[in-house]
Design a protein around this ligand. Structure first.
Ligand SMILES: Nc1ncnc2c1ncn2[C@@H]1O[C@H](COP(=O)(O)OP(=O)(O)OP(=O)(O)O)[C@@H](O)[C@H]1O
Ligand SMILES: [Mg+2]
Length: 379
């Protein structure tokens, strides 16, 4: 994360608007200045009321909420890319602009990174807030996958993104997204955390409150991995082969075994949680088969992983092995899995927003007022 600097007047604000994390900063920077959990917390009692960042709001936002999470009822304003509570999200965004970035949005452009097939209503609400309330000089919505590919320095490839609320596969040829081939499934890291909580309950460990859910998320991020041979590992899961401990906030310890790989296995087998959607390897195969046959070999030469749920140890290798068995052997497959792939969309957008070509693409207040919501109904 880049340290706080005073932005130059021509630097645009870049927001990667994730279901769990908003990554924010300024164009031209190599990494975001800030990560804010896209979360708010309501007071369970009155003890914390003096911590309120805004008198009119009944909740704490982002990092402040997370640091008092045990005393709050937590809620995510965005669920699977869909803004569910605008009042909460406005609180989170105000906090990012005023406290974290310390920037006045007025007269600045704002680039917003979004997942494919997010509801159009998101764009309408966000533009209204940025242009009418914050007086931004322009907004632009850009595809998360396109930016991730940009971050790896190429313009053709397939981006496999698994975040908190959804998993997507997006083929791109020379900066052009093959919209008809995109695959999106409504599962991601949040579902893996839920499954881990369920598996831990079966072992006698109960995590019930919204703040305890965040503890399970931490356990997941520290101890879970993707099995390289799921049948063999399932055979050993009741031995101590996979035993690993996690220290809980009260300093007690919890030991995990087979749950460590059983929870994230849902990325490859969503039926484990009753979903009828395809696993991430099957999604890849589907995206490829919907792309023109001539393009398939070149697409497979850059398979770019992005998003937090591809960070599980073992994910890149298992994904590669699975798609190798699904595809014809002549396809040369090359996976790019940068260490900072949680940030790939933000990094690519930071480069894109600094380019001259952007000067004509921002949705200015003039365009916004003359064209209205029609703007967001164009592909
Ligand atoms: N090291 C890690 N190992 C496994 N999972 C991780 C790791 N770090 C973060 N995650 C998970 O990745 C998810 C967040 O990833 P990301 O920031 O890409 O999602 P998002 O952009 O907020 O969501 P989305 O794009 O789905 O709307 C969370 O579920 C988080 O628990
Ligand atoms: Mg994301």
């Amino acid at each position: 994360m880049e340290s706080k600097t005073f932005p130059l007047p021509n630097q645009s604000i870049i927001l990667d608007f994730g279901s769990s994390l908003i990554k924010s900063g300024f164009s031209g920077q190599s990494t975001p200045s800030n990560f804010s959990p896209n979360i708010v917390g309501y007071f369970k009692n009155d003890d914390l009321i003096e911590l309120r960042d805004n008198d009119s709001r009944a909740f704490l936002t982002s990092n402040i909420a997370m640091s008092h999470k045990g005393q709050l009822k937590l809620h995510h304003p965005v669920n699977r890319g869909r803004i569910e509570d605008w009042n909460e999200l406005e609180g989170v965004l105000d906090n990012i602009f005023q406290q974290e970035l310390n920037v006045d949005v007025a007269s600045r452009n704002v680039m917003i990174i979004e997942q494919p097939f997010n509801p159009r209503q998101n764009r309408i609400k966000l533009s209204e807030y940025l242009i009418e309330t914050c007086q931004s000089s322009g907004v632009y919505f850009v595809s998360s996958a396109l930016c991730s590919l940009y971050a790896s320095g190429v313009t053709t490839g397939i981006v496999v993104d698994s975040g908190d609320g959804c998993t997507t596969v997006t083929p791109i040829i020379q900066n052009r997204i093959l919209t008809h081939s995109i695959q999106r499934s409504e599962y991601g890291g949040r579902d893996i955390t839920s499954r881990l909580r369920h598996l831990l309950r079966l072992e006698g460990h109960s995590f019930t409150s919204s703040s305890e859910f965040e503890v399970v998320r931490e356990i997941k991020e520290e101890l879970c991995f993707i099995s390289s041979d799921i049948q063999a590992d399932r055979g050993k899961q009741h031995t101590n082969s996979f035993a690993a401990t996690f220290t809980l906030p009260d300093k007690s310890e919890i030991t995990l075994n087979g749950e460590r790989f059983q929870a994230p296995e849902l990325l490859f087998d969503p039926s484990l949680v009753g979903s009828e959607e395809a696993g991430v390897d099957e999604m890849f195969e589907n995206a490829l088969s919907l792309s023109d046959v001539d393009c398939r070999p070149v697409l497979c030469q850059t398979i770019s992983l992005s998003g937090g749920s591809t960070l599980f140890p073992g994910f890149p290798q298992r994904f590669l092995n699975n798609i190798r068995t699904r595809l014809q052997p002549q396809f040369p497959l090359k996976i790019k899995a940068p260490k900072d792939r949680l940030l790939s969309p933000w990094i690519g957008a930071s480069v894109l927003a600094s380019q001259e070509i952007m000067s004509n693409l921002w949705i200015t207040p003039q365009r916004y007022h003359s064209e209205g919501p029609n703007l967001f109904y164009q592909e």
